[in-house]
Design a protein around this ligand. Sequence first.
Ligand code: TXA
Ligand code: MG
Length: 370
Amino acid sequence: STEVVPVDARQPEAAVIERAAALLRAGELVVFPTETVYGLGGDALREEAARRIFAAKGRPLTDPLIVHIAQVEELERVAAAVPERAWRLAEAFWPGPLTLILPRSEHVPRLVTAGLETVAVRMPSHPVAQALIRAAATPIAAPSANRFKHVSPTTAQHALADLNGRVPLILDGGPTPVGVESTVIDLCAAVPRILRPGGTSLEALREVLPEIEPPLPPRATASGQPESEEGQAQRAPGQLLVHYSPTVPLCLFEGEDQAQRTAIVAEALRHLKRGERVGILAASEDVEALRPCEERGALVRAPASLEEPEKVAAALFATLRELEAAAVDVILCRSFRPVGLGLAVQDRLRRAAGGRVIRVDPSAAAAEGV
Ligand code: TXA
Ligand code: MG
């Protein structure tokens, strides 16, 4: 069974770190906090540890892992070549929520990179992650510590809910501050491109490398269903359209703010009349308009204002899990502007919605006299 051990997020206790590091050195797995989300870590240079990670997550072997290092010097141990622009990004954003795709060094087992000749590398800033990687004295491969396709964990309890009995140890350092995963940048392409928006904003990245391209929109087929995993794995591994799904259907509303509110209220009342349980993920600006839904039993969660994308990001996954745990039949969700960390929020919500994105237009609201 799985043991959950508390650890001080700012000054991790040496004895706790040593115990976790000993497991990693033995090829075992440890769940640990990073500044983004909790990671499911194993020795990145040992194939059997990687095998255990894929098995514990239920993740297909076609989806590569991120290799975590504690010092910039370790970059050349895991990457075969480090272009000048990688050093510039590392200097500006490491330690922090940024992952760089670079040519794979032969020290990294092919299983870790899912057979690719590239490797994803990141240097986390969380003191527990830092201390653990140093104590293990090896790079640590770590995907998010959730079961495949579920919402990423931002607390030790989320990780336990998904991985109980599948890992020996979870270090509980409290909620993770950033709340969305790292930004992944492909530095092997001719023009550097964001593969996954995340905890480092496009705006900040462009101050260092103005030529960075934004992410391509996730592709869906005509049926609204995502492409086959194989098809996607070739182009951008891990960028499946449905990737961050709560177990409850999520319906995402996009369009002008007032029109979104009107549409969400109408849709919530429709579900409530059928006797269904409704969860609503909104912004503080929406709370007043949603009062009639709340009075009829809808669970309304408004973690932050539309002007605070960092707060929305920090609360996003915990809120989705909370609504899921409340056993709602449907989650109705407003959209957030793709500014700063709002780009990552938009990406995760679109993936959570799969094909269920409803575009509302302002004239619809006007017609209803709002
Ligand atoms: O914030 C994070 O990045 C967290 C914490 C634990 O560090 N980790 C994380 O790992 O989110 P994971 O495995 O859930 O997501 C890694 C993403 C996937 O989309 C994967 O496909 C992509 O990075 N990736 C890994 N190696 C790659 C490669 N060689 N080329 C392209 N994409 C890669
Ligand atoms: Mg993940």
